[in-house]
Design a binder for this molecule. Structure first.
Ligand SMILES: Cc1cc2nc3c(=O)[nH]c(=O)nc-3n(C[C@H](O)[C@H](O)[C@H](O)COP(=O)(O)OP(=O)(O)OC[C@H]3O[C@@H](n4cnc5c(N)ncnc54)[C@H](O)[C@@H]3O)c2cc1C
Length: 395
């Protein structure tokens, strides 16, 4: 293999290109926009920056956020201190940093749109706005709105969420997360350097309806929309059936990041999976032990083993998390109640925020802690309602 073309220069494409070029392979990355403010919260979990420390250790502007407040309809809210902060970037800055790393590693970077791809017996012919290019292998990193019809995830409506919001010129130190009545999705307020990213994602509801819900929330919280810039995009959220037939790789190509549907269907976290899949794809390309015809299967197995099997499992939980009922209340309401009262449950939520608690072992952890958590909840309820502050004996 002499030349690899990376189609798309977001976090997935830039990460793959950096590693391929670093290993000495001729790597050409095509992106029609290069660094841009892709609609996104921009939040990176502890899992992401411990695996890739350069995401933390750099001069690029970012915010480290140590506190989040989680609220649910008619349940109030609960504060969570994050031992491992969430790192929040503007996407313009993050994309620029990752593209610069790829360029420094030796990738050739071309600002152009890939219009068409055609597979030949021994490689690919690409038509771009600038002309024609050839490559032996493709990394498809064109994001959720991949315009190339023959490669990458074939999204059905059920496999996506609408996501939209505003960049608000304001400051705050904490993250807010709000669950809403009858919505498979949530609202977020992410503080970034110099502005807030305030957004909503949801499945099964029109973008217009989501926008109304978000604007009502902003009005209620006094978050101004004057001078705020509106954004919207598609957020992958594959259902179980979507994962089963997911077209993530084929002969001569591997899809990474959103182009392969690699996003947490509950939280919408995609940045880590974009960077990680770019990394894994580059390793599969570079490994001479696999014949070209085997690379798709090897890559599928690698991502399944690392995270895709867990995300597929999360797809089964998603509806229950947002819309399910537990002890006569919705699951988000109970989550807030438990967080208000149980340190053990708060610890679990911390790990979910850090990205260190896989969905596959969540049930066992909950069961293991159930006794202690319920005791804590009942004890706190007793203190709040039976023995209010001024009636407790002072030591
Ligand atoms: C509103 C919203 C909020 C989100 N918040 C978070 C968050 O806080 N944390 C998190 O982890 N994830 C978040 N995500 C998910 C995250 O944004 C994506 O998972 C991530 O951007 C995927 O990276 P990518 O490189 O695969 O794709 P992208 O970032 O979409 O990059 C694709 C690139 O391909 C280029 N491209 C596309 N087609 C062509 C073409 N034909 N020719 C040339 N170039 C092309 C585009 O210009 C683009 O630069 C959010 C998503 C949305 C929509």
């Amino acid at each position: 293999m002499k030349t690899v073309a990376v189609l798309g220069g977001g976090p997935a494409g830039a990460s793959a290109a950096e590693r391929l070029a670093d290993a000495g392979l001729r790597t050409i990355l095509f992106d029609e926009k290069l660094a841009w403010e892709k609609p996104c919260g921009g939040g990176l979990t502890y899992k992401a920056y411990t695996e890739y420390p350069y995401l933390l250790n750099n001069d690029t502007p970012k915010r480290l956020v140590h506190e989040t407040v989680i609220g649910a309809h008619k349940a109030g809210d609960a504060k969570l201190t994050l031992d491992h902060p969430l790192v929040i970037y503007s996407r313009l800055e993050l994309n620029r940093m990752l593209l610069e790393r790829a360029e420094k590693a030796g990738a050739e970077i071309e600002k152009t749109r890939v219009m068409n791809i055609e597979q030949r017996e021994n490689g690919w012919r690409l038509e771009t706005k600038n002309g024609v290019a050839e490559a032996d292998f493709l990394i498809v990193a064109t994001g959720a709105r991949n315009p190339l019809r023959t490669v990458g995830t074939e999204y059905k409506a059920a496999d996506t969420m609408s996501a939209l919001g505003y960049y608000v010129p304001a400051e705050q130190d904490r993250i807010d997360i709000q669950f809403l009545e009858n919505l498979e999705g949530y609202i977020w307020v992410f503080p970034r350097s110099g502005h807030l990213s305030v957004g909503i994602c949801g499945k099964g509801e029109s973008a217009q309806a989501l926008r109304l819900r978000l604007e009502a929330y902003m009005d209620e919280r006094g978050i101004p929309r004057k001078d705020a810039k509106f954004y919207s995009h598609m957020l992958p959220s594959l259902e179980s059936a979507g994962w089963k037939g997911n077209r993530v790789a084929g002969r001569g190509w591997l899809a990474v990041g959103d182009a392969g549907g690699l996003v947490d269907p509950i939280t919408g976290e995609g940045l880590f999976y974009a960077i990680r899949s770019g990394d894994l794809a580059s390793r599969v390309v570079l490994n001479d032990a696999h014949a070209l015809a085997d690379k798709a299967a090897v890559y599928r197995a690698a991502i399944a083993h690392e995270f895709a099997a867990d995300l597929e499992f999360a797809a089964m939980l998603a509806k229950r998390v947002f819309l399910g009922k537990f002890l006569f209340r919705t699951v988000p309401q109970r989550m807030v109640h438990f967080m208000q009262r149980s340190p053990r449950f708060r610890e679990l939520m911390q790990d979910l925020f850090a990205g260190t608690q896989p969905y596959s072992s969540l049930r066992n952890r909950l069961l293991r802690n159930l006794n202690g958590t319920l005791q804590e909840v009942i004890m706190q309820f007793f203190l709040d309602h039976v023995l209010p502050q001024n009636s407790r004996a002072t030591p």
